[in-house]
Design a protein around this ligand. Structure first.
Ligand code: BGC
Length: 767
């Protein structure tokens, strides 16, 4: 440990000076270089056995929190605490002294929240999360994550929101507003282009300026401008050469100069890199913090390699953050969150986040009181959320079978018994060496149980209906694979066929529930069952929500925020994503110390901005389920819309009417097709969205959408301008990207242009 404070020459005039919101400049002036360097580097990082680790532990403040900022008692600067993550607080649920537990609510994961298409609801979820952050004595929740779903195989897609930046940005901003309304901070992450987990700490993501501006940065821009997060987390990866955490162009020119961000930037949890470059770039806080980084700063300033002005600027931002924190305010926290109240919030969000993909012949809702044969291991070992730092140590999880029983369904006991026994056996064999991350190395879920025909036939006779849950896990540090993961395994496929055949022979229906944080292949098997409910990872009450939708107590209103392709290889990114199916190796490369290749080049294979529906709809490529898709138990019609020019853009309205028999909510998406111009544009792009309240049969609601000319602009690399051509824009109102139900026109009176900095060029500094 450095003997920093002892060795420092402390100016005597500052003896009585204590930090307040009004004297930050005085504090900066009173600090020694050693104190400043100390403040810019995160605090103690010990794991449970006391060794140093890059993922921090803060045994003395909040056990199991990810990191701390250091205290400087002389100046009244307290330590503050940062904890994961995007689905709720992740801390260690037990303590050596025993006595009680410290569980948190597992809220629905990001992808489930986004599927609600309801930012107001997501804000309410944020309020619940923020309250638990406060209750546990934490100052910043390391959330939300909003990296773009460039590939459906990214292991952390469950934490993120969408393949579309508008959805990502709006959802992130809503969550930030909700969390921060409780007087605690957020950290929008991982800035930027952290699109894969394979080799994530070394990979150089090579992205065109256009794709960066329009896709990979856009969501952050919206989140920063509309959410005002206290902190932004720079990512592990390199971007067009340098590491993002060392990139002045990213962290200062774009984030602060162009977007007006005035909060703090914190690194993702890594050890020393180029400390000087990080400080200069405007990466204010290094986490989890190593003494070497503090020493680097001191030495670099002394040697004239780092300016005191850069150090002071960052120190000031850290202090501006600290004075907002509950720790600084002396908030007395309870360590007793109201999990019951927050569980109720999770149900509201999950109700709207699950997506009904198929419902042939009104298979759903089911008649209550019937007998259900519940298949699939994750019906019994339900995944409320993902693994890694996005995991939440929760007090319980309502699985599918419990949910159905709670809702008054009977289940076939012999099948339940079989699965319960299989699960207990798998659990006894498994190594879950890091409970707080739920890191079961490998897939994250246990192998599916094989069933023989006699068993299936018996169930088809005994039960009224079959529910089969297909489970898929995703998590930090690993990407998903194509075989037996994105695609069903041969055994799963066979079982699905056998169960459908047996139940259909008895004139009975089969419902598939997908319990996954990410997309799976559906095209080859979706004809088999009668209904498919995409439950995602819906938080700790998940089974109850599934039962509510299956029974019709809740009418589903979730819609996809990404495309379900026919084949994963249909995504342009799949040719340049580290899977065994692509040319980019996922396995260790001989002679290299890390997995995967050094560069992942988004400019290859005509990828660029061709991500998700932007590609599929422009190429006219068949998909299994399109972006924006989701069924309801009722029907909606859209009126003729209005589109009116207003200064700097347009305002549109459309009236939605529930024409069916049950109450329901409808998410309407506004897509725009640009006139032909200098730049190639996608067939259409989402520019706004809105959701109705609960409409009774026959009831209508008028939704309003505001779009600015800047929102319509594309990025012109030749001139470094955002440009929207003058002319007629088709404004389309869709129930999905492929179900456009009404349209109008916006005549843009004059060309829109906005010049920005020529930064983050690819091919600069490539190894
Ligand atoms: C993850 C971050 C997380 C941090 C602290 C990192 O490995 O990438 O998302 O917030 O750890 O746990």
């Amino acid at each position: 440990m450095l003997a920093l404070l002892g060795a420092a020459v402390v100016p005597s005039m500052s003896q009585e000076l204590k930090l307040s919101a009004n004297n930050i400049d005085d504090i900066v002036n009173a600090m020694t270089l050693e104190e400043k360097a100390t403040l810019l580097v995160g605090g103690k990082n010990k794991n449970y056995t006391g060794e140093s680790t890059t993922v921090g532990y803060t045994e003395d403040l909040v056990v199991g929190a990810a990191g701390v900022t250091k205290a400087i008692p002389r100046l009244g600067i307290p330590a503050t605490v940062m904890a994961d993550g995007p689905a709720g607080v992740r801390i260690k649920p037990t303590r050596e002294e025993g006595g009680r537990t410290y569980y948190a609510t597992a809220f629905p994961v990001g992808v489930t929240l986004a599927s609600t298409w309801n930012p107001a609801l997501v804000e309410t979820v944020g309020q619940g999360m923020g309250q638990e952050v406060l209750d546990y004595g934490i100052d910043v929740l390391l959330a939300p994550g909003l990296n773009i779903h460039r590939s459906p195989l990214c292991g952390r897609n469950f934490e993120y929101f969408s393949e579309d930046p508008i959805v990502s940005g709006k959802m992130a901003a809503a969550l930030v507003r909700g969390i921060q309304s409780k007087g605690v901070g957020t950290s929008v992450k991982h800035f930027a282009a952290n699109s894969q987990e394979t080799n994530r700490q070394k990979v150089d993501e090579i992205v065109s300026q256009r794709a960066l501006r329009e896709l990979y940065l856009k969501g952050f821009e919206i989140a920063v401008k509309e959410g005002k997060p206290w902190t932004v987390m720079s990512s592990y990866n390199k971007l067009n050469g340098p590491y993002t955490m060392e990139n002045y162009e990213l962290l200062t020119t774009i984030l602060r100069d162009e977007w007006g961000y005035d909060g703090m930037v914190v690194t993702d949890w890594i050890g020393p890199r180029n400390t000087v470059a990080q400080v200069h770039a405007g990466n204010d806080m290094m986490q989890p913090g190593m003494d070497k980084q503090t020493e680097d700063i001191i030495q670099a300033v002394k040697e004239g390699k780092l300016s005191m002005a850069d150090v002071d600027r960052n120190v000031k931002r850290v202090l501006q953050y600290i004075v907002k924190t509950p720790r600084f305010r002396g908030y007395v926290f309870s360590e007793n969150p109201d999990i019951a109240a927050h569980a109720a919030i999770t149900r509201k969000a999950a109700d709207e986040g699950m997506v009904l993909l198929k419902n042939a012949s009104h298979a759903l809702p089911l008649r209550k009181g019937g007998k259900v044969a519940v298949f699939g291991l994750t019906s019994y070992d339900f995944m409320a959320g993902g693994t890694g730092s996005g995991h939440v140590c929760r007090p319980y999880t309502v699985n599918v079978v419990q949910g159905l029983e709670n809702a008054g369904f009977e289940v076939t006991e012999d099948l339940k018994e079989l699965y319960t026994t299989w699960l207990a056996y798998q659990e006894s064999k498994a190594a879950n060496d890091r409970i707080d991350f739920d890191w079961r190395w490998g897939r994250g879920c246990y192998p599916e149980m094989e069933l023989n025909q006699v068993c299936i036939d018996k169930q088809a006779k005994a039960a009224d209906v079959a529910v089969i849950t297909i489970g898929r896990q995703g998590g930090e540090a690993w990407d998903r694979q194509v075989q037996d993961d994105f695609n069903l395994s041969a055994m799963e496929r066979q079982q699905l066929e056998d169960i459908c055949a047996a139940f259909h022979a008895e004139g009975k229906k089969v419902i598939v529930v997908i319990n996954s944080g990410g997309v799976i292949e559906t095209d080859s098997w979706k004809a088999l069952p009668d209904a498919i409910l995409l439950a995602w990872q819906p938080g700790l009450e998940g089974g109850n929500t599934i039962a509510d939708i299956i029974s019709g107590k809740v009418n589903p209103s979730g819609k996809l925020t990404m495309t379900f392709p026919v084949s994963v290889m249909d995504h342009p990114s799949s040719l340049n994503f580290p899977t065994t199916a692509s040319k980019v190796p996922a396995e260790p490369v001989k002679g290299k110390t890390h997995r995967g290749t050094r560069n992942v080049d988004y400019t290859l294979h005509q990828e660029g901005i061709n991500v998700g529906y932007r590609y599929f709809d422009t190429a006219g490529k068949e998909v299994s389920y399109p972006f924006g898709y989701g069924l309801s138990y009722t029907d909606f019609t859209y009126s003729r819309p209005t589109v009116k020019a207003v200064p700097g853009g347009f305002r549109a309205t459309v009236t939605v009417t529930n024409t069916g028999d049950v109450a329901g909510k409808e998410a309407v998406q506004l897509y725009v097709t640009a006139p032909d111009g200098k730049l190639d544009k996608p067939a259409h792009e989402l520019k706004a969205f809105a959701k109705t309240g609960l409409l009774k049969p026959g009831q209508s609601e008028t939704l309003t959408f505001d779009v600015t000319d800047y929102d319509l602009a594309s990025f012109d690399e030749a001139t470094q301008n955002w440009v929207a051509d003058k002319g007629r824009y088709a404004v389309k109102f869709g129930a999905s990207a492929r179900d456009l139900r009404a349209s109008g026109t916006y005549a843009m009176p004059r060309e829109f242009r906005m010049k920005v900095h020529d930064v983050l060029r690819p091919n600069v500094g490539l190894e």
